[in-house]
Design a protein around this ligand. Structure first.
Ligand code: GLP
Length: 269
């Protein structure tokens, strides 16, 4: 696991976007796993800039998103903040700005008639696409990846998950409140890729910024591997895992000097 520490959110985002862009240039038909939340927005903005100003070509890229609230789905008839689906978030924050055909993009279908059957189909679709080359991740306030709440099996696959009170509180403050919704409007369930699904990606990039994430980042990276903090499963990843943090999110880590030293030495290779 490589831990890269950047001065601020902007530098964190540019580093992540640069790594994704390198893969897209090397493998134009790569499969990207994508995430929602406030954290990856800067990364998506930089990818949009690279597409517009440097011609970064997403026309053959395939994407799978981590998760979606159960009971809602993209509704283009509503103005953006009133459509709180992750499918809409991805459409507004990335897809419509990078020239990727929408049929190349998949977000779990929160409106599926048979959500359990849908979860199996989603797993199958990822397999049929050849697996995820690079999975982008944030980390929730309770240490979750996607919507794998504390107690999720570290071998779990795509399934329906009940959201914790902390996730409901966090996501209400970050998104729903700003759009004028009340607490009662928030879905309590989600479809989420499992931890086992995420660990199947050939490479991972996990992002975190801000003091708010410092303790949970330290628990995930330097604490025990535990289903209480599902992002700690990064310690089990068999491929290339990179964590990119700003100084604030890194402030709870014990080994900051070693991570910085390692990055410097690796750059000389
Ligand atoms: C949601 C998403 C996660 C994301 C988390 C953190 O719960 N399901 O994938 O990592 O929010 O969000 P933020 O980046 O806004 O802190």
């Amino acid at each position: 696991m490589d831990v890269l520490i950047r001065a601020d959110y902007d530098q964190m985002s540019k580093t992540a976007a640069g790594m994704i862009a390198d893969l897209v240039r090397k493998k134009p038909d790569c499969v990207l796993g994508l995430a929602t939340g406030g954290t990856p927005i800067g990364t998506y903005q930089e990818l949009i800039r690279l597409h517009r100003e440097e011609g970064l070509d997403f026309s053959n890229v395939r994407t799978f998103n981590l998760d979606e609230y159960l009971g809602i789905g993209r509704d283009l008839s509503k103005p953006y903040p009133l459509d709180q689906s992750y499918a809409r978030f991805m459409y507004e924050e990335l897809f419509r700005n990078i020239g990727i055909p929408l049929e190349n993009t998949s977000v779990p279908d929160g409106l599926a008639n048979d959500p359990e059957a849908f979860c199996d189909e989603y797993e199958k679709a990822i397999c049929e696409a050849g697996g995820v080359d690079l999975q982008l991740l944030g980390i929730g306030g309770d240490g979750h990846w996607a919507f794998n709440e504390p107690g999720s099996s570290l071998a779990s696959r795509t399934r329906i998950e009940v959201l914790t009170q902390q996730t409901l509180d966090d996501n209400y403050e970050l998104f729903y409140k700003g759009a004028g919704f009340s607490r009662e409007d928030m879905p309590h369930f989600a479809i989420t890729m499992g931890i086992g699904t995420i660990l199947g990606a050939r490479s991972l990039i996990m992002l975190a910024n801000g003091k708010r994430k410092a303790d949970v980042v330290a628990a995930a990276l330097e604490g025990p591997v535990t289903s209480r903090v599902t992002a700690s499963a990064i310690q089990l990843h068999a491929g290339k895992a990179t964590v990119i943090l700003d100084e604030d999110a890194a402030s709870g880590l014990n080994d900051v000097d070693f991570y910085k030293h390692t990055e410097k030495i690796k750059a000389m290779l």
